[in-house]
Each structure stands twice: as structure tokens, then as C-alpha cells.
Design a protein around this ligand. Structure first.
Ligand code: CTP
Ligand code: CA
Length: 228
């Protein structure tokens, strides 16, 4: 298979990967969401498993087959994703936040379906969701080294990719930030991706446009180095 022939350099490592995109409920039938397909997170899970890791995959609204051998935890909202990731992270060597987490959620969720009337609709007020990646970094800092040894974030930037990426890496307190160069021919739901990985230790690794598995393998190379 396409996953054969990889090194077992993640053998026995416990990895947590979040994938997909959160949905923030408006009422029982409606939500605010995003276009994340989960393809990159699932590619990370498959390649990590092929390299010998034990993988917990926290999947937000993904319709892809479960990677064989992964523990899959299905979530819907950012708050559910937070619970699942923080719980699994306690036992993890590394956490990779590939999920697109909604920055905001409706301030209140209607218990019954919002009905159309002759009047204009009410506005939807939003409140901030917790920043899970920043919280992982902060918990590790306060726990004086306890917790995952490697924390990886993803970011999509349209302009000043490197400057914005460096600032975000510092703000989040993570070890690696995979910055997608979003633009013309790089769309959600496609099998290919290009990125630059920024490391807190100053490293900078460019990943040319290619399959999401290839990008995943570069991320795992960098994680394996840091766990060694
Ligand atoms: N992330 C998170 N919790 C949030 C929002 C984002 O854990 N509430 C994580 C994402 O999973 C990703 C990283 O943070 O790994 C960067 O997400 P991004 O949306 O690029 O960063 P933000 O800090 O939300 O900044 P922006 O204003 O650019 O959206
Ligand atoms: Ca965001």
C-alpha cells in the first residue's frame, strides 16, 4: 500500500490529532460552520499509524473512513472538541491541532427551531470560544513540563505568511506551526497542500505543493526529532 515502507520512528508514541471543523449550534437544526474537510488531519492519523504511533483522532464533523487502528472520538462543537482534546492530551507525547475550530459561537442556542415570521429575524449574538491550542501551551507552561512534549498548530494565512505565522506561534506557545499558504489554487477539500513549518527553536521548513500525506510525513519527521 501507499503507506508501506515508512520508518517505525513513532513506535509506541501516543499522539492526539484533531481534525475537521467545528459546528456551533444556532438551534436544533442549524449551525455556524466552516469548510474544513478533515483530509489533512486524517492524513496525519494514517501516516502516524503507519510509523508505529498510537493515535487518538478527535474528529469534528468529518465524513471520512476511520483510519484502521485509531481511537476515534467524534465531536461537534468547539467546547466538545476542547473536552476531548484536553482529556486525551494528559496521556499524550504530542498533540497536533489540525482542526478548524470556530473562533466564536452563538451566545445562546435556541432549544426549539427558530421559526420564520413576518418580522425581520433577530440578530445572532456571538461569544468567543476558548483557544484550545493556546490552552494546551499554557497548561504545559504552568505544569512545569508536564503534558505533551510537542504541541503542533496549523494556521492558514493569506498575507505576510511568515510574519503572521511567527507571531501566532509565539502567541499560542506551541512548538511547531504549520502555516498553509492559502491562495488561488489551494482550496478546501483538495488532496494537495503546501505549507511552511515554523518551529519555536527557529527552524523553518518549506513543504512544496503535494499530497497531504507528504505534508503529514514532514510534520512527523519534525515531531519525531523533537521526541527523540
Ligand atoms: N485553534 C484552537 N482553538 C481556537 C481557535 C484555533 O485550538 N478557538 C487552533 C487551531 O486548531 C489551529 C491554530 O489554533 O491549530 C491556529 O488557528 P487560527 O484560526 O489560524 O488562529 P487564531 O488564533 O484563531 O487566529 P485568527 O484570528 O487568524 O483566526
Ligand atoms: Ca481562528
Amino acid at each position: 500500500g501507499v503507506l508501506a515502507g515508512r520508518p517505525a520512528d513513532l513506535g509506541g508514541r501516543r499522539l492526539v490529532i484533531s481534525a475537521g471543523g467545528t459546528r456551533e449550534a444556532i438551534d436544533p437544526v442549524r449551525f455556524l460552520g466552516n469548510r474544513s474537510s478533515g483530509l489533512q488531519g486524517y492524513a496525519l492519523a494514517r501516516t502516524a499509524l503507519a510509523r508505529g504511533a498510537r493515535v487518538t483522532l478527535v474528529a469534528a464533523n468529518v465524513s471520512l473512513p476511520d483510519p484502521a487502528g485509531a481511537t476515534v472520538v467524534r465531536v461537534e462543537s468547539a467546547l466538545e472538541l476542547r473536552e476531548a482534546v484536553l482529556k486525551a492530551a494528559k496521556e499524550a507525547d504530542a498533540v497536533v491541532m489540525a482542526a478548524a475550530v470556530a473562533d466564536f459561537r452563538p451566545a445562546r442556542r435556541s432549544g426549539s427551531k427558530v421559526k420564520k415570521t413576518s418580522a425581520d429575524p433577530d440578530p445572532i449574538y456571538l461569544v468567543k470560544n476558548p483557544d484550545i491550542l493556546a490552552e494546551l501551551g499554557e497548561r504545559r507552561r504552568q505544569g512545569e513540563g508536564l503534558g505533551p512534549r510537542v504541541i503542533v498548530g496549523f494556521a492558514a494565512e493569506t498575507d505576510d505568511v511568515l510574519a503572521n505565522g511567527r507571531a501566532k506561534l509565539a502567541r499560542k506557545g506551541c512548538d511547531l506551526l504549520v502555516v498553509n499558504q492559502v491562495g488561488e489554487n489551494l482550496a478546501f477539500g483538495t488532496p494537495d497542500n503546501a505549507a511552511v513549518v515554523l518551529a519555536a527553536d527557529g527552524d523553518q521548513v518549506e513543504i512544496p505543493l503535494g499530497p497531504k500525506e507528504a505534508l503529514a510525513d514532514v510534520v512527523w519527521d519534525l515531531v519525531a526529532e523533537r521526541l527523540a
